[in-house]
Design a protein around this ligand. Structure first.
Ligand code: AMP
Length: 291
């Protein structure tokens, strides 16, 4: 596995691969890898002849009071895990190699980043779309894999790719969960054993939302209400938001005839966790007659 430390090295590698007719799959990560990341890498492996992953804790997507400094890092262990996939090349630059002090350019998706996490993390998505645009220019992938765990991020990147004509296929990968339902996340490492128990409230709340939807909820407000009730009854879980939005546009107040994203952000102790599920519209009488 090649380890590339500068944008120049990475670009030369990508250009050589493209010149030899290879198809490049790319998985951007912030490291401290888990099985969710590995699922993205395996999907990339299936879809291309060369698999590149990046490990870069991107400073511009963290707010001043967020966890950039203490974000978990374990490069050696990450490399061992990536070799099992196997990943062909890892791009792991230092921040100074990615951002020059006199940079003036941002890439920003303006509307669909306003709600959900965007409302609570000012500047976060601007940092995400800027670094992903830079990584796409450096790695030159044909296909890039993103997890549905960060659903708003996935939609923002799809919008950026469409709006700016990036020649990259964006492939969504479903959420990888622990056996008991907790969505895998590098930040789960922050949780004490007691907090780890409490964190289950997020996936349980989403399960309640799914049940309410399946049993014929009258509106999205009822679905949100049920999810909130589950979160509220767990002590030590502080809700940041519970929202139900259109799963394609992320617009609020979707009718139940649309696919609906139910998304949660909550703090368990000092740790901010997110999770979500997509509810597909129930089959209507019209659909059943058509079958
Ligand atoms: P991160 O390292 O947290 O920035 O995540 C890198 C990529 O892995 C992003 O596309 C995430 O959405 C994806 N990812 C993180 N956790 C999961 C998970 N539990 N299931 C699927 N994808 C995930």
């Amino acid at each position: 596995m090649d380890i590339l430390r500068t944008p120049d090295e990475m670009t030369r590698y990508a250009e050589a691969a493209r010149m030899s007719g290879e198809r490049i799959a790319f998985v951007p990560t912030m490291g401290f890898l888990h099985d969710g990341h590995v699922a993205l890498m395996r999907e990339g492996r299936r879809r291309a002849s060369v698999l590149v992953a990046s490990i870069f804790v991107n400073p511009t997507q963290f707010g001043p009071s967020e966890d950039f400094g203490r974000y978990p890092r374990a490069f050696e262990r990450d490399c061992e895990l990536m070799q099992t996939v196997p990943v062909d090349a890892v791009f792991a630059p230092e921040p100074a190699a990615m951002y020059s002090p006199d940079a003036q350019t941002w890439v920003e998706v303006t509307e669909m980043t306003q709600g959900l996490c965007g409302a609570h993390r000012p500047g976060h998505f601007r940092g995400v779309t800027t670094i992903v645009a830079k990584l796409f220019n450096i790695v030159k992938p044909h296909v890039a894999l993103f997890g549905e765990k960060d659903f708003q991020q996935l939609r923002a990147i799809q919008k950026m790719v469409a709006d700016l004509n990036f020649d990259v296929e964006v492939v969504p990968v479903p959420i990888a969960r622990e056996k008991d339902g907790l969505a895998m996340s590098s930040r789960n490492a922050y949780l004490s054993p007691a907090e780890r128990e409490r964190a289950l409230a997020l996936s349980l709340a989403l399960r309640a939302a799914r049940e309410t939807h399946r049993e014929g909820a009258c509106c999205v407000e009822q679905i949100v209400h049920c999810a909130r009730r589950v979160l509220r009854r767990t002590e030590g879980v502080e809700i940041e938001y519970v929202s139900a939005v259109d799963a394609d546009t992320l617009a609020p107040y979707p009718p139940l005839t649309r696919p609906i994203l139910v998304a949660i952000a909550a703090r368990v102790g000092r740790t901010r966790l997110i999770d979500n599920t997509v509810l597909e519209p129930a089959l209507t009488d019209v659909h059943i007659e058509e079958q």
